[in-house]
Write a protein that binds this ligand. Structure first.
Ligand code: GUN
Length: 293
């Protein structure tokens, strides 16, 4: 075992997202090496961006770099902001039919003229490495977690690896109701026997919920004010909770103060972000295996 593998994932109350991501990426790379030796074909991820959003461009660059380091080939399609829904559907049909492509990821959000649901539904579920397609959302309902959404899957993987695998009797509170984070996370936490509550912008008296949380996941992504920039203060957190901060680039949680109370807390950056990339790579390999076997 290497020196890195002996280090704990939660150290000094801080969940080391980069360390865990590095381990998972090494596992993926080793598996890819074996699979390529067996089948003589490399896994390949195709990504699509419509428009010029700088955040999307940065995330996609990171996804390609991580893929290539793990032995996964990648190709990228940059489409202009004015792309029509039919043009994007045409590209997806081509990628669905391309036998050299095993994973397809259309970066969200999409421009207003394109219906996100129509695009996601058009991706072959076997190649849907985001886990957003109707088939994969339905499979998650039935407890099948391969090809589930990368950010929530990264969150429960962190919980699993700090020893919070069975959440029987524990309250989990998620502050986010998006299709990408909050909604799939409900299923993943239910699969681990948690009692799950969802809070969002219309929730009244947020602290009354957060104070009950043994697992608190916050993905608000806005500051309160410059003077009081954290939505989640130490007073809002239960002693001994595990706190997962999904917000970027500025965390929702007052990290230094909450760390004093929490069993474990994720930093921003270096917490959930690196895990999302690692789980995407796992999904690409899962998609490849389902197609090649
Ligand atoms: N935009 C923000 N997060 C994601 C993600 O996980 N997948 C895709 N496709 N777009 C995103």
């Amino acid at each position: 075992m290497s020196e890195d593998e002996l280090k704990p994932i939660c150290e000094d109350h801080e969940i080391k997202g980069r360390r865990l991501s590095h381990r998972i990426r090494t596992e993926v790379k080793n598996e890819v090496t074996e699979l390529v030796a067996r089948y003589g074909v490399s896994p390949k991820l195709a990504t699509v961006i419509v428009g010029e959003d700088p955040g999307s461009q940065m995330y996609i660059r990171m996804k390609h770099k991580a893929s290539n380091k793990a032995g996964i080939l990648s190709e990228h399609h940059d489409l202009p902001e004015t792309t029509t829904q039919d043009e994007l559907l045409e590209l997806i049909r081509g990628l669905n039919a391309d036998k050299t492509v095993h994973g397809i990821l259309v970066q969200l959000p999409l421009p207003k003229q394109i219906d996100e649901k129509a695009i996601i539904s058009a991706i072959d579920p076997l190649k849907d490495v985001d886990g957003f397609s109707p088939t994969n959302v339905y499979r998650l309902f039935y407890g099948e977690e391969d090809l589930s959404a990368a950010t929530p899957h990264g969150i429960v993987t962190m919980l699993d690896r700090i020893g919070w695998k069975d959440l029987s009797g524990k309250q989990a509170v998620i502050i986010n109701r998006s299709n990408i984070v909050g909604k799939p996370l409900i299923m993943l936490l239910l699969n681990r026997n948690a009692t799950v509550t969802i809070c969002h912008s219309r929730t009244k008296d947020l602290p009354s919920f957060t104070k009950q949380a043994d697992v608190l996941v916050s993905a608000i992504g806005r500051r309160t004010t410059e003077n009081d920039p954290f939505f989640i203060t130490a007073e809002m957190v239960k002693e001994g909770a595990v706190v997962i901060d999904v917000a970027t680039p500025h965390g929702d949680v007052d990290f230094e103060k909450v760390k004093e109370k929490a069993t474990c807390i994720t930093p921003v950056p270096g917490g959930v972000g690196p895990m999302t990339i690692a789980m995407l790579l796992k999904n690409v390999v899962a998609a490849y295996k389902a197609q090649i076997q």
